[in-house]
Design a protein around this ligand. Structure first.
Ligand SMILES: Nc1ncnc2c1ncn2[C@@H]1O[C@H](COP(=O)(O)OP(=O)(O)O)[C@@H](O)[C@H]1O
Ligand code: SF4
Ligand SMILES: [Mg+2]
Length: 358
């Protein structure tokens, strides 16, 4: 079954993915949701006002599924991921909503409880591996530490698994190379080490925050391919966070588009790419080269910049940049509405009978 239901507040509930790969629709429909955000809010109390970095966001990810979270810089993607990991630092905090994982609401857990989940059950891959890999420890040490602590593996056993994982992510001669330090590896190889490390404790979810942004396009594709293959192999739910909608085209089954702290469009990747309904998504697609298509037309950047999240305009946050705006857009905040069977957008014009005039 493929479908979206909208909550009473027009939040999205239960998006079931379309058939993918070798699986049948029935198999996909039965895959359990592993992580669900339900109206998540994360705000920063600053001298300039309350910065609503994440403001009522709903999405979920299923076992073995790759979902993308996309939006320009400053749209709240990283704060969402940090919120899930329990890593938002003051003056920021989760101010509402739930993070449902394994029958619990992570937003309610103590730091102590979150330490057992972080890295072990939910792992994160960051944009720049040099900031998260420790430069003074060998790759072997960094790979095995989590396995020894969380999985209670003996050093020899952990080393063997490290070699296996490093080989799987495409590090040649892993047995020898794991005794080297991160700076001995190229950017792409370091990113692979991060992915292997993230996978080492068999997490149920991997949050990959701009995992390939620092890499050149060919290497980006290779790394994403590795991630997608491993997600299938280990049945890991994977959330790829990126500002580049073009990059995730081939790898994500579903796409969630964020703007100014809110979700503005969600749907199966195919629908989002071939039939975007929110003007922002439409703009994002026109502004980035796509990995899966030869460039046909020149790129058109979205004019203007994202709003100050402490002073959001009345109505639709995208209105100052939107060429489709109508009067209502300046008065009322658009609510999520179905624009297809498994496709929803928060736009007054997209939801109107004529849809978006493209
Ligand atoms: N430490 C902070 N203090 C105040 N505001 C912050 C802080 N961190 C993030 N923000 C706000 O949250 C917004 C979203 O940030 P972020 O989630 O990092 O964006 P993205 O990852 O989409 O580029 C930023 O535009 C900024 O306004
Ligand atoms: S609600 Fe209006 S301003 Fe906002 S994206 Fe849709 S058309 Fe543009
Ligand atoms: Mg970010």
């Amino acid at each position: 079954m493929v479908g979206i239901t909208l909550g009473e507040d027009h939040s999205i509930r239960a998006v079931t993915q379309a058939p993918s790969g070798n699986s049948t629709a029935a198999e996909n429909g039965q895959r359990p949701v592993v992580l669900e955000l339900d109206g998540l809010r994360a705000h920063f109390a600053t001298p300039q006002g309350i910065v609503k970095a994440v403001d009522g966001v709903n999405w979920d990810v299923r076992e073995g599924e790759t979902v993308a979270l996309v939006g320009e810089s400053g749209s709240g993607k990283s704060v969402t991921a940090l919120g899930i990991m329990g890593l938002i630092s003051p003056p920021g905090k989760i101010t509402g909503g739930r993070i449902l994982f394994g029958g619990r609401d992570l937003a309610q857990l103590s730091q102590e409880e979150m330490r057992n989940i972080r890295g072990h059950q939910i792992a994160m891959v960051f944009q720049e591996p040099m900031t998260s890999l420790n430069p003074v420890l060998t790759v072997r040490r960094q790979m095995t530490e989590g396995m020894e602590v969380h999985l209670k593996m003996r050093p020899k056993e952990a080393s063997e698994r490290a070699i296996e994982l490093l080989t799987l992510v495409g590090i040649p001669d892993a047995k020898r190379r794991m005794h080297e330090y991160p700076h001995h590896f190229s950017g792409g190889m370091r990113q692979r080490v991060m992915i292997a490390q993230a996978l080492s404790c068999n997490p149920k979810v991997i949050l990959a925050d701009e995992p390939t942004t620092a890499l050149d396009v060919t290497i980006q594709a290779q790394v994403l391919e590795v991630m997608e293959g491993l997600a299938h192999r280990f049945n890991t739910a994977t959330v790829i966070i990126t500002h580049n909608l073009g990059v995730v085209a081939r790898y994500a089954r579903r796409v969630n588009v964020m703007y100014a702290g809110r979700l503005v469009e969600t749907g199966n990747a195919r629908d989002i790419y071939t039939n975007p309904q929110h003007p922002y998504t439409y703009g994002l697609l026109q502004s980035v080269p796509r990995l899966n298509e030869p460039r046909k037309t020149s790129l058109i950047p979205i004019e203007g910049s994202p709003p100050d999240l402490a002073r959001l305009p009345q109505g639709c946050a995208f209105r100052p940049r939107c060429r489709f705006a109508v009067e209502r857009c300046g008065q009322e905040t658009p609510l999520m509405a179905l624009v297809g069977p498994a496709h929803a957008a928060a736009c007054w014009v997209a939801a109107s009978p004529g849809g978006l005039p493209k």
